[in-house]
Design a protein. Structure first.
Length: 244
């Protein structure tokens, strides 16, 4: 079994704090059995045998399903079907990757372009949340006065530039994220990685990158709120219902 890094951040995680104690124990045990990409079978029987090898008779498949549903509702796990088999993936797993390819298939509805090594790890970590944030930001880019038409902003003399190589949010931008997104439990590193990756891949130019970052954060909040409403509407439903 591979060695896993359990970071102290799990103790102050708002998402983990949403779990009941039995569900948190399940989540922590699950971290020990998933592969380097955070993936594993989502069959209750296999999860029971793998996560509770010395207490298999003390845990039921029904309990496993309940704890799995809690983890999904807390945005800690996604569950999906591939060829009529159940799989799961831990979100924001961030472990040292030894294998270049996962032992388990990724979510087919969220699958990105196949990449290897660190690029694959980054693409998998973003998931659909980052993709939706990118789409929202793209739809509202003009709010920040950016564009693709030329090198200046409509003749105003303001220069449109591409994102800097190795871009990282400044202290001012981090403060804005913490005030706007921090209370919702959004992850700064994941948000910044999605922001940088999107603008590097699209090559879009902007006049004011701080304003663009702030717009990105606002859209992340909007999407997060939409996800909350969606989860409220589907609370208690079988995560695999209708997948077969």
């Amino acid at each position: 079994m591979p060695t896993r890094l359990v970071r102290e951040g799990i103790l102050t995680s708002e998402r983990v704090n949403k779990l009941t104690f039995p569900a948190e124990v399940f989540y922590r045990r699950l971290m020990s059995v998933v592969d380097d990409f955070g993936r594993f079978y989502a069959s209750p029987t296999l999860l029971r045998a793998s996560c509770y090898p010395l207490a298999i008779d003390a845990v039921t498949d029904k309990q496993i399903n309940e704890w799995l549903a809690e983890c999904i509702e807390a945005d800690l796990i996604i569950a999906y079907m591939v060829e009529n088999k159940r799989f799961l993936e831990l979100l924001d797993f961030r472990q040292q990757v030894r294998a270049k390819v996962s032992k388990f298939p990724s979510d087919p509805s969220k699958r990105k372009q196949v990449q290897t090594g660190a690029e694959q790890q980054l693409a998998d970590a973003e998931q659909v949340l980052a993709g939706a944030k990118q789409a929202l930001a793209d739809a509202h880019l003009d709010e920040d006065g950016d564009g693709d038409e030329g090198e200046d902003d409509g003749g105003s003399g303001k220069i449109l530039t591409r994102i800097k190589k190795g871009w990282k949010p400044s202290e001012e931008e981090i403060d804005y994220f913490n005030k706007k997104c921090g209370p919702l439990g959004l992850d700064l590193n994941q948000t910044a990685e999605g922001f940088s990756l999107y603008f590097r891949q699209t090559g879009k130019k902007n006049v004011d990158w701080t304003a663009t970052w702030q717009n990105w954060c606002r859209n992340a909040v909007k999407f997060h709120q939409l996800e909350i409403e969606k989860k409220k509407a589907t609370k208690g439903l079988d995560p695999f219902a209708g997948a077969l």
